[in-house]
Unconditional design. Structure first.
Length: 191
């Protein structure tokens, strides 16, 4: 059985109480994170990207300009519906309500943005998900991992533990690493 803080019901209750529970639209922490993510992926054009756990679509909108097609999945129906509304003018965004690991879009990607979602899985499940995602990357494709370094009773793993698992994936090699005051970012490349 999944830990209660990682279930669809848990996230759905959160999004019904508050449209933007992490203040993705307004917080300086989130804005700084988005700037650093975009710095890390900019300079390339992506034919097919994937953002699992897209929440209300704020990062999704930021990424969309770099992508010919951007798949996004979100476990909470309310958040997914808000994300669809936010991205409705962006035909390259294909967003559905669905939960990892089951709701993996078919096909290959050249960019996966794994942002603040890894700590909602047990270590072994995360390992399987990262392997599966890495297998879906084309050679040279980017796997961008970004996680907060604080502690939360809702998380099953710390941000550092999540990045530890990702770095152990045999299909990925470390291309760039950044550690900021409150979060870290690893850019991994598909071998
Ligand atoms: C902290 S938010 C991160 C949002 C966005 N990726 C960003 O960095 O701005 C994590 C999101 O992942 C979603 N989520 C958690 N577990 C999930 C799963 N197994 N499958 C899909 N989405 C999930 C949550 O509902 C939440 O909206």
């Amino acid at each position: 059985m999944r830990n209660v803080t990682t279930t669809a019901a848990f996230f759905e209750t959160m999004y019904r109480r508050h449209v933007d529970p992490w203040n993705f639209e307004g917080s300086s922490y989130e804005q700084e994170r988005y700037v650093k993510i975009l710095e890390s992926v900019d300079g390339r054009r992506y034919s097919r990207a994937f953002e699992p756990g897209c929440s209300i679509g704020v990062l999704t909108r930021n990424l969309a300009g770099l992508c010919d097609r951007l798949e996004a999945r979100e476990i909470s129906p309310t958040a997914a519906s808000n994300a669809k509304e936010r991205c409705k003018d962006l035909p390259q965004v294909h967003l559905e309500c669905g939960s990892l690991p089951e709701a993996m879009p078919a096909g290959e990607f050249d960019l996966i943005v794994f942002s603040e979602i890894g700590y909602y899985f047990e270590e072994e499940e995360l390992r399987v998900i990262v392997d599966h995602l890495a297998n879906k990357l084309s050679p040279g494709g980017y796997f961008i991992a970004v996680h907060w370094l604080g502690t939360s009773a809702d998380h099953l793993l710390s941000g550092d533990a999540v990045h530890g698992v990702i770095r152990e994936c045999a299909l990925l090699s470390l291309d760039d690493q950044k550690r900021y005051a409150h979060f870290r970012l690893d850019r991994m490349v598909r071998r």
